[in-house]
Design a protein. Structure first.
Lengths: 312, 480
């Protein structure tokens, strides 16, 4: 198994008498995207700041790109690309000056800096605006430039806090595409987001944090299974049911039904669905559709963080 | 990275931070406009003022006033532009935090030292260069319009004073800026810099009008030492944790209480254990400061003796002749030999120590040392005068001072050491704790020494002073 680029063990942070992060264990391998989800104040930003060696853990530690965040903070910072929650640009600068400053801070040779700046500005559609003051940029442009800043030194580890917030749909699509590309380049990526659809689209694994504790981790599918119970199937027939429910194989359980449709739970759809379809066929009942009922990550999230869904 | 190139790289990183900020300042008309006004227009106005003042005082036969005014205005011309450095420095970290641009900067591999030095440089360069330019413009005006050439030593003094003052203000302001969460909070705390510096400028102007220019060298040295202390403090305190860890400047009284209680108690389960900790840990920790206080007191006594030679009192004042009974009656009227007198002496001494503590806590202990040394200087002055009058200083002091001083002086020295430790705790705090935590721990240590040793010793000294010293003094000096 490939060695993880981020390996946090018992990461804990106290601010005076307040515990912001409590014994977080988290591992992210190269080419893996982990979405860190949680309500405001759950400890996401503090976790990210510890992984970027901006805050020292009260206990526990983490290895980032092979360096200990406590012992080698400078080495860690040189290998982490951090997109902060707020873009934090210097508004009187031009984008080329801005990138020149950060390139200097990351000790990039002049030629490399020029090549990367040009390539990234072109990739994110900012090349034409490189001589404009950043104060004149739109919110989305500022966010994209902040992402360019985070990528400028070609870091193996990316910590992205709300990467597509304030972006229009096409810019957000572009950024999501580039995150997918960055994953293919074997980087370890943590994305903090409140956009659960985006998390599901981007992330290989989801980690949910509440009250500083990591309370759930896994793939979106495994979390759904763990928190929302067995998978549900919905079948729609060409005519009224007329006792079609009786044809359901054992191990399934009807949860809802209408005049010409029914919804059932099953442990193993690969085994039960073909059997059910065969039975329906033998009974001469035509099937219009058979599909899995979509369950969102939002349902999982709300269940995990303990907030009931508000009534519609 | 080789050891030889490390300082160069460090300097490059600091300059990178400074250059960005200076470039930013160059695009901000709110900084450019006052600098331009203070460097070009203000010196010309001062030239006009100097000329008008010289003409005016010459008319009334007081050319000296004019001569003294010209150098003073040189100092003012240099000081006004550097006041802008305070504004820039106060904004350095607090402003970035407010504009949310701090985190991207802190996540770069630039070291704490590079960030700190870069911010210092950025705050200093433009205002100090503006101050130098202002001095040049003013001096050129003096030469051209008044035909008065400023002496080179004076110019050097003013340039050094200007630079050192800017350094002190910026070093202090960067510390404040790195410890506050908003520019507003930093501006509020800036009075800790503005008030002492304003007092200093008043003092400098008095010295200049007095014509004692050599004293200004001591002020330059004092400013350099102060800025070195502030720089050391800033470097020790500056860390990413402090800059990002706190979101609000909220006074958490419960936490304050907990820290002070825990540091004061030091985990002791009873009075015996507490005193054990006081003697085993607190007292040894105070020993270096105690050494410093002892040295200062010896120097103070020496100053008293020197002052007695400079300003000798008439010998007849040093003659002690009176009826012992009358002296005792007078002493009783003053409260001596009575319990109320004991309370009065004790409360006075405790009040003096508390005043010294308050002053010392915010001045690295310096003002506390000054205050606590004054009585020693007076004793030295008195002893010197007695010796010059041919009296036996040893006998008089043994009778009048020694009995209670045997307890009171160690108490005062211990108090001085506790205050110096508390005042200095902010200069070199250890990593991993906030400045507030250090300051509170310093306060708790001060309180341990005060409660455990100083106040009990002062109570004993007051009892001796009120009930025993008068009797010894009357017996030895008046034969009662």
């Amino acid at each position: 198994m490939t060695e993880a680029l981020i390996e946090a063990i018992g990461l804990t942070k106290d601010f005076d008498d307040f515990r912001a992060v409590d014994s977080v264990d988290l591992s992210v391998r190269p080419g893996e995207v982990v979405a860190l989800l949680g309500p405001n104040g759950a400890g996401k930003t503090t976790t990210i700041r510890m992984l970027a060696s901006l805050l020292t853990p009260s206990s526990g530690t983490a290895l980032v790109a092979g360096f200990d965040i406590r012992r080698d903070p400078d080495e860690v910072r040189a290998r982490v690309g951090l997109l902060t929650e707020h873009h934090g640009l210097y508004m009187r600068m031009r984008s080329e000056e801005y990138l020149e400053f950060f390139g200097g801070a990351y000790r990039l040779p002049r030629g490399v800096l020029r090549e990367r700046s040009t390539r990234l500005l072109e990739l994110y559609g900012l090349a034409g605006d490189r001589r404009r003051r950043l104060g004149e940029y739109s919110k989305g442009m500022r966010q994209k430039l902040a992402l360019v800043r985070a990528l400028l030194h070609d870091p193996p580890v990316l910590l992205l806090d709300e990467p597509t917030s304030a972006m229009d749909p096409s810019s957000a699509f572009l950024v999501r595409g580039s995150i997918a590309q960055l994953r293919q380049e074997s980087r370890a990526i943590i994305v903090c987001t409140h956009n659960l659809k985006e998390a599901e689209l981007l992330a290989d694994r989801i980690a949910i944090i509440r009250g500083g504790q990591l309370i759930a981790t896994g793939t979106a599918t495994s979390l759904k299974q763990a928190y929302l119970g067995r998978r549900q199937m919905e079948v729609r027939l060409a005519r009224p049911l007329d006792g079609a429910a009786r044809l359901l194989p054992r191990g399934t359980h009807v949860v809802a039904s209408g005049a010409d449709w029914l919804r059932y739970e099953t442990e193993d759809p690969q085994e039960t669905n073909p059997r059910f379809l065969r039975s329906l066929g033998q009974a001469g009942i035509d099937v219009v559709t058979l599909a899995e009922v979509e369950r969102s990550l939002e349902d999982v999230y709300l269940q995990v963080v303990g907030q009931p869904r508000p009534p519609v | 990275m080789s050891a030889a190139t490390a300082p160069l790289r460090a300097a490059h990183g600091a300059w990178l931070v400074a250059r960005r900020e200076i470039r930013d300042q160059g695009r901000d008309w709110r900084i450019l406009a006052p600098i331009a006004m203070l460097t070009l227009f203000f010196p010309l106005l001062m030239n006009f003022t100097a000329r008008a003042a010289v003409d005016f005082v010459n008319r009334y036969g007081a050319p000296l006033v004019g001569e003294r005014l010209i150098p003073f205005l040189l100092l003012v011309v240099g000081f006004f532009p550097i006041s802008i450095s305070l504004v820039i420095a106060l904004e350095s970290f607090a402003g970035e935090r407010e504009r949310l641009s701090l985190e991207p900067l802190l996540v770069t591999p630039l070291s704490n030292m590079q960030l700190y030095a870069g911010k210092m440089l950025a705050s200093l360069v433009a205002p100090v260069l503006a101050a130098y330019l202002g001095i040049v413009v003013y001096s050129a005006g003096l030469i051209l319009r008044l035909d008065w050439r400023p002496p080179v030593p004076l110019l050097v003094q003013v340039v050094l004073l200007t630079t050192a003052q800017a350094l002190v203000m910026v070093a202090g302001a960067v510390v404040i800026s790195s410890l506050t969460t908003s520019v507003r909070a930093a501006n509020l705390l800036a009075s800790f810099i503005i008030i002492p510096v304003a007092q200093l400028v008043i003092l400098e102007s008095l010295i200049m009008f007095w014509g004692q220019y050599s004293v200004l060298w001591y002020i330059v040295i004092g400013l350099v030492v102060t800025s070195a202390l502030l720089l050391r403090m800033g470097i020790h305190l500056f860390n990413r944790e402090e800059l990002l860890g706190r979101e609000l400047d909220v006074l958490n009284l419960a936490w304050v209480g907990r820290v002070v209680r825990s540091e004061f108690g030091a985990g002791a389960r009873g009075l015996r254990e507490w005193y054990g900790g006081l003697f085993r840990h607190s007292l040894p920790r105070a020993l270096p400061a105690l050494g410093l206080v002892s040295l200062v007191m010896v120097v103070g006594y020496g100053i008293g003796l020197w002052a007695a030679r400079q300003w000798t009192l008439p010998a007849e004042l040093m003659t002690l002749r009176a009826d012992p009974q009358v002296v005792l009656d007078h002493l009783r009227q003053l409260g001596f030999l009575q319990p109320e007198g004991w309370l009065w002496v004790l409360s006075n001494n405790v009040r003096a120590i508390l005043l010294a503590s308050v002053l010392g806590a915010f001045t690295f202990g310096v003002l506390a040392l000054v205050l606590l040394t004054i009585p020693v200087i007076l004793v030295g002055y008195f002893a010197g005068n007695l010796a010059l009058a041919g009296a036996s200083a040893g006998t008089v002091l043994s009778a009048l001072v020694l009995p209670h001083a045997l307890v009171e002086i160690p108490a005062a020295m211990l108090a001085g050491a506790a205050i110096v430790r508390w005042g200095m705790v902010v200069v070199s705090p250890s990593r991993g704790r906030s400045l507030g935590h250090h300051w509170l721990a310093g306060f708790a240590e001060w309180a341990r020494l005060m409660v455990g040793l100083v106040v009990p010793l002062l109570a004993v000294a007051a009892a001796i002073e009120v009930f025993i010293t008068p009797l010894i003094a009357v017996r030895v000096l008046f034969g009662g």
